[in-house]
Write a protein that binds this ligand. Sequence first.
Ligand code: ZN
Ligand code: ZN
Length: 416
Amino acid sequence: MAFCRSSLLLRKALGGSSRRVAAAALCSSYRSSEGRRWYSGEPTSAAGYHVNTVPSYMTGSVFWEKDKPITYEDFEMPRPKANEVLIKTKACGACHSDLHVIRGDLKFPCPCILGHEITGEVVQHGPQTDSNVIQRYPVGSKVVGAFIMPCGSCFYCSRGEDDLCEPFFAYNRAKGTLYDGETRLFLRNSRKPVYMFSMGGLAEYCVMPANGLTPLPDTLPYSESSVLGCAVFTAYGAVAHAAEVKPGNSIAISKAFGATEIIAVDVQDEKLNTAKTFGATHSINARKEDAVAKIRELTDGRGVDIAVDALGGPKTFQQCIQSVRGGGKAVMIGLSPGGGLGEVDIIQLVRRKVKVIGSYGGRAKTDLPRLVELAEQGIFNLESAVTRKYKFEEAAKAFQDLDNKTIIGRGIIELM
Ligand SMILES: [Zn+2]
Ligand SMILES: [Zn+2]
């Protein structure tokens, strides 16, 4: 729902071009597996460091494997390499993607440090780092990190399509490393490598390639701003790039992208109510109503211009496609547990010229600075996007709550 909610939040911000744009967010909350206990409530406490100089060790939360508790371990202080930044983590969002790894739905090398939605303070640059990077991110400055950390030089990055960065997927998502094929995380005593899910944000310090960062102004808080790096970033990518809804130059930023009708679809009334407070004009409980029929009813039988599926299961995939009008766009941003194959009515697709589009995150170099700007202008209400805060020691609890669907917005783990 965090994605879904941010989509709505964005679409509210993305309102008001001359043409009428209707958007539906299909976002069923997925089933939790009852009684599963992979979390532990007994971590060691995080050590408090004085950060005038970089300490030698840090504490990180380690996910070992499915059905094993998350534990807190001592690590060697991670060492950034060229054009990488060592960050003292201040806040990290608890996202469904982390939960997918915890539940074993998304394969990832273990042991690893999860957490990919961070803000923090720059403490060190890698040797031989470009002077522009050092100027842009001086030691002591505030930063926000995108979960897609572009390499900056591959085929896609050089075309400005850094949401498709090949090394990010080949190294980070496939192997849990950065782009030299190595992790920056090693356990203190054994020197055993621990892998990085994005930057591995659920640790006192993390290393990020500078290409994934954006300066965070003093006016924006550490905790709430962390959602810019995944939840808001993903929603923005879906609307701005996949759906290609263009902001009008002369239109107020609060109506920058054009959606005037926003239909939220979920299976929990509580989430739908929250969606309304974020600007949804209609809501549909897919458990009680036929979502596609209702969407058509609300749009003079036509369907919406853009439908976003934040779940990514075969059924919502189909509903997403069936919900759009002729020439409309069905944008898929969800990675459902187990994934699976979706069926498409080819005749409808051809005759109605429906576009089915995949979207994963946004573009760190161009989108994240824009999102920071929008947040600074108050276009996104970051405060209300975050509905629960946890201490670092409570990371496992945050994922437990996420799994139990008791977090309506975003849960943020604070490391301050
Ligand atoms: Zn995420
Ligand atoms: Zn790249």
